[in-house]
Ligand binder design. Structure first.
Ligand SMILES: C[S@@+](CC[C@H](N)C(=O)[O-])C[C@H]1O[C@@H](n2cnc3c(N)ncnc32)[C@H](O)[C@@H]1O
Length: 213
């Protein structure tokens, strides 16, 4: 992260903004289950709000120094910090009830890698699990803020189709001063059917499709 982020992201003003405006709007009364994975926690403003909503929070941070600082900050709490690239998660499928990505997608340098990260979150979510998040919208001021840093903002309409294409369902995207999103992994009856279909010989799949089954 550049100097601008180093000043803003750990500041009380940023935490107040996230905790008062962004996180209640996206997570509010939503049930986040027992186990949540957060990607791109940075200095931990989003983590510090989320951790009170679940029994266990796993925070996956790419930068070693940020992961080390976060480990110290949340020592002895329900937060476990992993220094890892969230585009290639080491967790088995269906490990978490919920996933969170706050103010981080625009730090992933390409659309392909953003999609890979969203696909990884879908994989590690349990059937019926929920992805929540927020991100900044493209602007000249935001571009200047990212001088010398990765700047790859997500266009909200494209996020909708990208999430759908990856296999998320029940997707809500809200756009005002920023973008907030909620999307679900299909529940087990849908995913089991899709898995069974994939395992079936192609000829049978085609007969089922013709028969509408
Ligand atoms: C702007 S900070 C957001 C911090 C926090 N979520 C918040 O909203 O205040 C974005 C963080 O995402 C991390 N990040 C970027 N790409 C990542 C990746 N592929 N895997 C894990 N973390 C990543 C960066 O290192 C940085 O700490």
């Amino acid at each position: 992260m550049n100097e601008n982020h180093a000043k803003l992201c750990p500041s009380p003003d940023w935490a107040t903004f996230l905790h008062a405006e962004v996180m209640p709007a996206v997570a509010g009364e939503r049930d986040l289950g027992d186990e949540l994975i957060e990607v791109g926690p940075g200095p931990g403003a989003s983590t510090d709000w989320l951790r009170h909503r679940v029994r266990r929070l796993v925070a996956v941070e790419l930068e070693r120094s940020a992961a080390d600082a976060l480990t110290d900050r949340f020592a002895g709490t329900n937060v476990e910090v992993i220094n890892q690239d969230a585009t290639a998660l080491s967790f088995p499928a269906s490990s978490f009830d919920s996933a969170a990505s706050f103010t981080m997608l625009h730090h992933v340098p390409t659309a392909r890698l953003q999609n890979q990260l969203l696909a990884e979150l879908l994989r590690v979510l349990r059937p019926g699990g929920v992805l929540i998040g927020s991100d900044s919208l493209a602007s000249d001021a935001l571009h200047r803020f990212h001088d010398g840093d990765t700047y790859n903002p997500v266009e909200p309409a494209s996020l909708l189709t990208r999430l759908q294409t990856l296999g998320y369902e029940r997707i809500t995207i809200t756009v005002d001063y920023g973008m907030r999103f909620v999307a679900h992994k299909p529940d087990s009856s849908v995913t089991e059917l899709a898995d069974r279909r994939r395992a079936e010989p192609v000829g049978r799949q085609q007969r089922c499709l013709r028969a509408g089954g």
